[in-house]
Design a binder for this molecule. Structure first.
Ligand SMILES: Cc1cc2nc3c(=O)[nH]c(=O)nc-3n(C[C@H](O)[C@H](O)[C@H](O)COP(=O)(O)OP(=O)(O)OC[C@H]3O[C@@H](n4cnc5c(N)ncnc54)[C@H](O)[C@@H]3O)c2cc1C
Length: 419
């Protein structure tokens, strides 16, 4: 049985820790934060009920997540309500899809060699007629995938967009954190250890031996290490490998990791349900051309909460400050709902802005596939001398990129592949 150190106590680290501890390996999970869950974070106390600052939805039939939820006796609640689009002040029912979007899908279907999405649009959809389509593709890629269209793989977007199952989206009744608590209990029951508040700064290694040093100077030794920190942290290079891994460093940079800022606004009433100029009683998602473009409700749950979502390269802009972001959100809501800022602000009961780009243990939000990702992934998912392993949401290839399902799958596969 091996002595295995796992860096990061998010979905991926917990999944591999549980599996390895249950196989009687000695497992130590080292986590920088004072809590488990990583990009799964429930905010308690501030709002009238717990809300999700990070992961919130189960997208479609994600079998590992749903299976774990079932095992933990949790409940998935299917979302309902309608989608709306607001463009140039005009509100319409439905998504972004129209005849031009069909043309885009057809052109994507003829693509045989990969290219980045910006080049693809330049080649097939040039000119003023397609300006609106190009804007919508960019908004969609930035919003949903957090991607930079100058880098994101057109083939990967084609695959992902064709598999998006908007009709089967779920919330977890007790929140995503309940799944993390369940996994952490399983790790501890099987004899594993979880160390919180211990940011790792160095991993010294040779075949069959690792020494992990934390910021406070503590050392944990083992025979193998699984690194599950976000790709954004690996790209920043805040964890030093001794000896260095130059090819891995290049590969991390070649992969895509986008940013998200999430806005949580609880109001004293669901004003959008019955408002003179916009009657949106059944509003689920609203996609718009506002600065903060995407907003959603909690339907079928009636909590008067609007969640705003801003993703893509612009989120990394260093000029963002909480006050500016708040003002941007109010301006967007003013445009969308045709209310004055005072009318909106007077209705706000609680608010929170989760800026994951400024989080030192994430440096972004989640991964997206660039044209170079396949080669980079082949390198970084290969164990280094049966001693160093990389896992986590971004170390995954498949239709659930950027999700909890991807993180769980990567953690599971890494644990299974350890000999
Ligand atoms: C705003 C937002 C919304 C999202 N919405 C959804 C959604 O609706 N549905 C969905 O399926 N997915 C969603 N995701 C993606 C999902 O949250 C992630 O894919 C998943 O949680 C990642 O799990 P992980 O274990 O790979 O990484 P993490 O959860 O990030 O775990 C890695 C851990 O490593 C720790 N760490 C970092 N640096 C160090 C260090 N130096 N030393 C020690 N520990 C360190 C971190 O603190 C963290 O706990 C969302 C993500 C964000 C940011």
């Amino acid at each position: 049985m091996s002595n295995i150190v796992i860096i990061g106590c998010g979905a991926s680290g917990l999944m591999s820790a549980r599996m390895l501890a249950e196989k009687n390996h000695k497992v130590t999970v080292i986590e920088a934060r004072d809590r488990i869950g990583g990009r799964i974070q429930e905010l308690n106390g501030k709002f009238s009920r717990p809300v999700e600052a990070g992961a919130e939805f189960i997208h479609g039939s994600q079998s590992l997540t749903l299976g774990l939820l079932h095992e933990a006796k949790g409940e998935a609640m299917q979302l309902n309500g309608k989608h709306y689009t607001l463009s140039k002040g005009e509100l319409e029912r439905g998504d972004l899809m129209d005849d031009q979007w069909d043309e885009l899908t057809q052109a994507l279907n003829t693509l045989t060699t990969d290219t980045d999405m910006a080049s693809f649009l330049d080649k097939h959809f040039k000119g003023a007629t397609y300006q609106d389509l190009r804007n919508r593709v960019q908004r969609f890629a930035e919003g949903f995938d957090t991607a930079d269209i100058r880098r994101v793989s057109a083939l990967a977007l084609r695959e992902e967009w064709s598999e998006t199952d908007e009709d089967h989206q779920y919330h977890i009744r007790d929140g995503y954190s309940s799944l993390m608590q369940y996994l952490a209990a399983k790790v501890k029951d099987a004899g594993g250890t979880i160390m919180l508040s211990s940011p790792v700064r160095e991993i010294a290694w040779r075949k069959g031996y690792v020494k992990v040093t934390t910021d406070a100077g503590g050392c944990i030794e083992g025979e193998k290490v699984i690194v599950t920190v976000p790709l954004g942290v690996l790209q920043k290079g805040t964890i030093h490998f001794t000896p260095d891994l130059p090819q891995h460093r290049t590969a991390f940079q070649a992969m895509g990791f986008g940013g998200v800022i999430k806005f949580l606004f609880e109001f004293n009433e669901p004003f959008w349900e019955d408002h003179a100029s916009r009657n949106l009683k059944n509003l689920a998602f609203l996609f718009s051309d506002a600065d903060i473009p995407t907003w959603w409700t909690q339907l079928p749950d009636k909590t008067p909460l609007l969640t705003g979502w801003f993703g893509g390269p612009r989120t990394f802009n260093a000029h963002h400050r909480t006050g500016d972001l708040f003002a941007q959100a109010i301006a967007s809501l003013q445009y969308i709902f045709k209310l004055t800022p005072a009318e909106i602000e007077s209705r706000i009961r609680h608010w929170h802005i989760a800026d994951w780009t400024q989080d030192p243990y994430t440096h972004g939000a989640y991964g997206y596939t660039t044209v170079e990702t396949t080669d980079a992934l082949a390198l970084v998912t290969k164990p280094v001398q049966d001693t160093l392993y990389f896992a986590g949401e971004a170390m995954y290839e498949g239709p659930s990129m950027g999700t909890v399902e991807a993180a769980l799958t990567s953690g599971k596969e890494t644990a299974e592949n350890m000999n």
